[in-house]
Design a binder for this molecule. Structure first.
Ligand code: HPA
Length: 272
């Protein structure tokens, strides 16, 4: 029996085998990781064929943040080129939980081992760019990691030039030409940023700031999957409006934008 920390890839393979056993589907093609507030958006995907607790799979810790799910679902969606089997993770493990990076990227590694060639990562974030409105989805064009850590260990010199697939971003923008793109900054948290840190991030070229997505994007890309990242701006980042930041409001903003997000995801999935 392998263990997540001693052999993360072997554990991901075991988890993928368990998914196949539980769902009766040999392969899934697309994975979606739903961030804070994104859960209601899954309604637009229709009824899942299966739903299980994430802890039914090897290597997944129980979720520790209120509103962060802890379930995975399997969907069968009518796509432009036949049936698409989609794996949806409701909730994720974050770096700030202090469990290390292995549990943070275990979901996407499992998804790739389950056959997924495309990984869609969604999140809630603060808007650094003053043009962004609360409730606005933004496609991640690129990122800046400020956590000084990586899910990759050893001489794994992966190229990240096209980390957030240009091909898929173009597909999504065809569906919704009003979507803009931005640079996401990964902040470890759990404390939100200070206004001075947000100013620094803006000068560095950041548009969005959040506490997820980047390690998962790197881990999925390193295994050969194409990555799409979509951020939902749930609040203006610290110091932008002078308002204080609050987790409950972040979650509420996600719920309010769920309809638009769900429709967008459903349309995108059909194209993949
Ligand atoms: N900062 C970091 N993470 C976040 C924010 C923020 O302002 N909003 C939602 N997640």
């Amino acid at each position: 029996m392998s263990d997540l920390y001693s052999d993360p890839m072997a554990t991901a393979i075991l988890a993928a085998e368990k998914i196949a056993e539980l769902t009766g589907k040999v392969k899934h093609e697309v994975a979606l990781v739903m961030g804070s507030g994104w859960m209601p958006a899954t309604q637009a995907l229709g009824k899942p064929t299966h739903e299980f607790a994430i802890t039914d799979l090897p290597g997944f810790p129980a979720p520790t943040v209120a509103g962060h799910g802890g379930l995975f679902r399997s969907y069968e969606i009518d796509g432009a080129n036949g049936k698409i089997h989609a794996l949806v993770f409701l909730g994720r493990t974050h770096l700030y939980e202090g469990k290390g990076l292995e549990p943070v990227v275990h979901g996407v590694r499992t998804a790739v081992k389950a056959g997924c060639k495309v990984v869609v990562l969604t999140n809630a974030c603060g808007g650094i760019n003053r043009e962004y409105q609360v409730g606005q989805p933004v496609l991640i064009r690129d990122h800046i990691s400020m956590t000084a850590t990586s899910p990759l260990i050893g001489a794994d010199f992966v190229d990240l030039t096209d980390l957030y697939s240009k091909r898929i971003r173009e597909l999504v923008k065809k569906e919704d030409p009003t979507l803009v793109e931005g640079v996401y900054i990964h902040w470890r948290g759990p404390a939100y940023e200070t206004p001075a840190e947000i100013n620094m991030m803006r000068i560095m070229g950041g548009d969005l700031v959040g506490m997820s997505t980047v390690p998962e994007a790197i881990a999925a890309h390193a295994l050969g999957a194409e990555v799409l990242g979509i951020s939902l701006v749930t609040n203006a980042a610290a110091g932008v409006t002078g308002e204080k930041l609050n987790h409950i409001e972040v979650m509420e903003a996600g719920k309010a934008a769920a309809g638009r997000m769900g429709e967008l995801l459903a349309k995108v999935l059909k194209q993949l």
